[in-house]
Design a binder for this molecule. Sequence first.
Ligand code: ADP
Ligand code: MG
Length: 283
Amino acid sequence: MPRGTTGGTPQVLLAHHLKQLKLPTVLREYDKVARECARDGVDHPRYLLRLIELELIDRERRTVERRIKAARFPAVKSFDTFDFTAIPTLNKMLVLELARCEFILRRENVIALGNSGTGKTHAALALGLAACQKGFTVAFTTAAALVHQLMEARDERRLLKLQRDLQAVKLLIVDELGYVPLSPTGAELLFEVFSQRYERGSTIVTSNLPFEDWTSVLHSERLTGALLDRLTHHVHILTMNGDSYRLKQSSGSCRSSASDKRAEQKQATADAVDPNTGEISAT
Ligand code: ADP
Ligand code: MG
């Protein structure tokens, strides 16, 4: 057992060294764990092992927190709070498979399409959170904000740097493509982002518009075609059409009713017996 848990000098030096080695959990816990180990008759190697394991667990937690902060999510949401029965058009098996984040390793994309309030942003945030937890770097933005950022960077002659940063993240989430029409320059800059990420990193796009209407946002048919070509080459489509969850919730019909339970059971049965439900849908 470490001696000298009282008395000044070794503790002061130890604190200094542990700080320098960036082992804050060891510093915080070593005395307490030492007392526990003395009480339980645990030997030196096991004492050290316990401490180091605590440091590793904490370090992983801190890294995930840093990734979440860097991702700039407008809110932290997960699938734990996502009610799949509220959106029957959504392939739950596919979503849960995507939440394992293997699509990011394969550099595939995800496009969530559907009307307003159907949980597209929630699902994108939850996938983003899962990615942070699995060790991927993530950036969340809206199409309008991204275009604004790109135009500003171009004006300030730092476009290349921003483009490089956007290329480097493992998962880029571009929310709300379609609410705001983009200027021709904006559309081209957005195209460049998708083009530069093509087969290099994963991108999630959410849109209230079906593909055939994307020209109305990007203006040029040629550009829309080229953009869709890249984005949909390796893609998983999440179809999210239905009633707005916001409206349903405010009218109170979202509470678990008998029919919701039946739908849930039906979904569970379908998931269990249909071998196609887990399959990746792609265009
Ligand atoms: P969209 O992006 O499709 O317009 P949001 O994801 O912003 O919709 O959803 C609107 C609100 O309703 C959010 O607060 C979201 O968390 C919630 N919500 C939507 N769908 C669901 C769902 N299936 N389960 C739980 N919450 C949901
Ligand atoms: Mg949204």
